[in-house]
Design a protein around this ligand. Structure first.
Ligand SMILES: [Zn+2]
Length: 308
């Protein structure tokens, strides 16, 4: 099947060269900062601040001079370089968001920026990286070993404890997201948190000591009572809410008897391939919808429908 809406997975389109091996190279970082083409993304708390361009479109990038007028950064990071030059990130206090909005800057949460396509998929992905990194800084201001205040280091990619010398690195939390299938049917569920007609793939956080396959089987069994056998990895997606990696799989169900966990799931149902196509195309007779094209669940469902 085809679609007029571009099938672009959100937050996954960054082409940045991160230069991760040079984050402690002060001379290199100074050269990057002095580059006439250097730009920065700016977050007011967890909300990106977008520049409005003269043509009415928005951009994630501000010049370093302009960014300095938006608010005093509490944290900064060097994200890397693209074909135009260096890209930094600056975190300013969340209280700046509303005044900046009043001054004409684009201020919207990361989900809206991605779903509405306020900036390019590439810029959305760079924003997603900065959002995840800053979400970690915001919630890890103190050393997890001794409790002393920690300091940003390594161009924004580490926090060091001056009291016990512990080094702390940004976290990415793995989440399995899966489409269980049996014959010509697939299993979709509705979270109590979803807007009414939307069904999606099941998902859950991986636990320490688990393989991806085990997490897929455990979550599917816990949420719907469906036991799964073989698990096939399909694709992954950085998901900056607050700092996850979605690991997308298709799982082969061993039976079709659904018993939902009412705490996690409002409903779960088997859908035929034909019904899944109707859902994707927005013409299911009950008005059932699925997540938008930026979401990995959409791509998993489509991969199964298209048998790719
Ligand atoms: Zn410490």
């Amino acid at each position: 099947m085809s679609s007029a809406i571009p099938l672009i997975l959100g937050y996954a389109q960054s082409s940045l060269d991160r230069h991760s091996e040079r984050r402690d190279d002060d001379a290199f970082l100074a050269t990057m900062r002095a580059d006439a083409e250097a730009r920065t993304v700016v977050f007011a708390g967890e909300t990106p601040v977008l520049k409005r361009r003269p043509d009415g479109a928005s951009s994630a990038y501000h010049s370093l001079e302009r960014a300095a007028t938006l608010g005093e950064p509490t944290e900064t990071a060097f994200l890397g370089t693209d074909e135009h030059g260096p890209i930094f990130a600056a975190l300013i206090d969340a209280a700046h968001a509303e005044p900046l909005k009043a001054q004409g800057y684009g201020v919207a949460d990361m989900r809206t920026v991605a779903v509405q396509g306020f900036v390019t998929p590439e810029e959305t992905s760079v924003l997603g990286a900065a959002k995840a990194l800053f979400s970690w800084h915001i919630t890890h201001r103190f050393c997890a070993k001794c409790g002393a205040p920690s300091r940003l280091s390594h161009a924004g990619w580490r926090r060091d404890c001056p009291a016990c010398n512990a080094q702390h690195f940004p976290r990415t939390d793995p989440v399995v997201i899966m489409l269980a299938t049996i014959g010509d049917r697939c299993l979709l569920g509705r979270s109590p948190r979803f807007a009414q007609p939307m069904y999606s793939c099941l998902a859950g956080f991986m636990e320490p000591g688990e393989t991806i396959e085990q997490a897929v089987r455990r979550e599917t069994l816990e949420e719907t009572g469906i036991a799964c056998g073989r698990v096939h990895y399909i694709l992954s997606q950085p998901w900056p809410f607050p700092m996850s990696l979605m690991i997308g799989c298709i799982a082969e169900a061993e039976h079709d008897r659904i018993t939902i966990d009412p705490v996690e799931i409002a409903d779960a149902r088997w859908f035929t391939r034909e019904q899944a196509v109707a859902i994707i195309e927005g013409r299911h007779p009950e008005g059932i919808t699925c997540p938008p094209t930026i979401a990995i669940a959409h791509h998993l469902l489509r991969a199964w429908v298209d048998k790719t």
